[in-house]
Design a protein around this ligand. Structure first.
Ligand code: ADP
Length: 465
């Protein structure tokens, strides 16, 4: 049977607590009643000692017989006991009939006890039913000894009900305390059990919400360390899931952004070939470009497959040796495809600059930068591309005379999805520069942007050589 943690915690803890209280009550009652009887025995012993002294004084004539009776009556009244002085000896047990007791009253146990007392022993009975008093009594008896001779005995009876009354009061107090503490313990257990189960429920509800694609807040911690571990792990899992999901989205956005450029080039050249506006030599060059762009698309597709399979959203390099100038020239030709703008590109680059880097990633970097320079400019665009080696560093710069970027936007343009507000009419995703930055850093390079609003922008890339 499946029982909830809450009811199990509540019943188990309550059962343990009540069991403990019951055992404690029994032990306390036994100890207390024993203590009460011992106390009562001491009282009776004291009374018996006093009675014996008075009796012996009276037999010596120091106290009158009537006074002796008064004293004894007074003690009996105060102690709520019955006190008897029996002038008997071992030999005169039969004379008992002559005393206050009748044969019927002289109960069986009393014969035995008197015989025992007259032998010089003390007798104490905790709880003895007495027909004479028709109730349970505590019985105490001891011999009266004078100068080594047993002159008789003193016997005392006290109703058990007196001790029982005290016991009942104590039991009542224990029961009330137990009941009150059970109530308090139940409340405490209820609150703790509720707190534990509430945390577990919130983890399970949140898991369901995540499974249903809802975004949720971090779960707050509790005062239970084990639950906190669960909550920390859950929050960590949630953050990781969110990160993986966002990485996937970024990756898909990046891929679609990067696919757009080669597709634009391919469609531009195909259109020109289809319209027959190119001479045979240009057609051959165009086919070469289309081929290169399809190769880029193939590589991109390979990237997607590898990264999705490895769940690895990071970029990686496939370096080779290549010359920079032909690449820049290629880029300047490609930049003009499918763009209805008047584009002038000037390039200053040393023929000898050779790189060991990922050529395709360099293409990606330059394509993004040139496309931005064209996008964020008026109809006529002047672009200057330069590359030179300064202090063991390769510097590639790209300047345009376009719209420029306001100072307070400059440090945000590398953020993923960030787009400058005053350029909403220009198509874009806010991904280009963030991809460029990642690719530059992957080559251990740095990127800097200088811009004069409404005058133009210069992007500089620095790579260690
Ligand atoms: P996208 O071009 O897709 O919007 P980018 O990350 O490439 O995204 O660029 C971010 C923002 O930086 C752009 O929205 C644009 O406003 C600004 N920007 C980038 N390059 C230039 C440039 N050469 N001239 C002016 N603004 C630019």
């Amino acid at each position: 049977m499946n029982r909830s943690i809450f009811s199990r915690l509540l019943t188990t803890n309550l059962a343990i607590f009540l069991g403990f209280i019951s055992v404690l009550t029994i032990v306390l009652t036994l100890l207390y009643s024993n203590q009460m009887y011992q106390q009562e025995k001491k009282n009776l012993q004291n009374i018996a000692t006093k009675t014996e002294t008075l009796y012996l004084d009276s037999s010596k004539g120091k106290i009158e017989a009537l006074k002796l009776q008064d004293y004894i009556d007074a003690m009996a009244y105060v102690s709520k006991s019955k006190i008897f002085i029996l002038n008997i000896t071992q030999d005169s047990m039969k004379e008992l009939q002559a005393l206050e007791f009748t044969n019927d009253d002289l109960e069986n146990y009393l014969y035995e006890d008197l015989t025992d007392i007259l032998k010089g022993n003390e007798v104490f009975r905790n709880s003895q039913y007495s027909e004479t008093f028709d109730t349970r009594m505590i019985f105490y008896g001891r011999p009266i000894v004078s100068k080594g001779v047993t002159k008789g005995c003193i016997i005392l009876f006290t109703p058990v009900s007196l001790v029982n009354y005290n016991l009942r009061i104590m039991l009542l107090i224990i029961a009330s305390i137990s009941l009150l503490s059970s109530l308090l313990v139940s409340i405490v257990i209820y609150i703790s059990a509720k707190r534990i189960t509430r945390s577990i429920e919130s983890v399970s509800n949140s898991a369901l919400q995540i499974a249903n694609g809802l975004s949720i807040e971090d779960l707050s911690t509790t005062s239970f360390s084990e639950l906190n571990e669960l909550i920390h792990s859950f929050n960590y899992m949630k953050t990781e899931l969110t990160r993986i999901e966002s990485d996937k989205k970024d990756f898909i956005s990046m891929i679609s952004h990067e696919i757009k450029t080669p597709l634009t080039v391919i469609s531009g050249y195909l259109e020109a070939i289809h319209d027959g506006v190119l001479d045979p030599a240009e057609v051959s060059d165009s086919l070469e470009i289309i081929y290169k762009e399809t190769q880029r698309l193939t590589l991109l597709t390979k990237d997607i497959v590898t990264k999705t399979r490895n769940q690895d959203m990071d970029f990686y390099l496939e370096p080779s040796i290549f010359k920079l100038k032909p690449l820049l020239e290629d880029m300047s030709v490609l930049a003009k495809i499918n763009v209805n703008k008047d584009i002038h590109i000037q390039m200053i680059c040393d023929d000898s600059i050779t790189l060991y880097a990922d050529e395709n990633k360099f293409r990606q970097i330059l394509t993004n930068l040139i496309s931005n320079a064209i996008k964020y400019s008026n109809h006529t665009v002047h672009i200057q591309m330069g590359c030179q080696i300064i202090e063991n560093k390769l510097c590639i710069s790209l300047s345009d005379d376009g719209f420029g970027i306001k100072r307070n936007d400059l440090d945000k343009i590398f953020n993923t999805y960030y787009r400058v507000k005053n350029a909403p009419t220009i198509e874009g995703s806010g991904l280009g520069l963030s991809i460029v930055k990642k690719l530059v850093e992957l080559h251990n390079g740095t990127i800097q942007v200088h811009s004069d609003y409404k005058k133009g922008t210069t992007v500089s890339l620095y790579f260690p050589m």
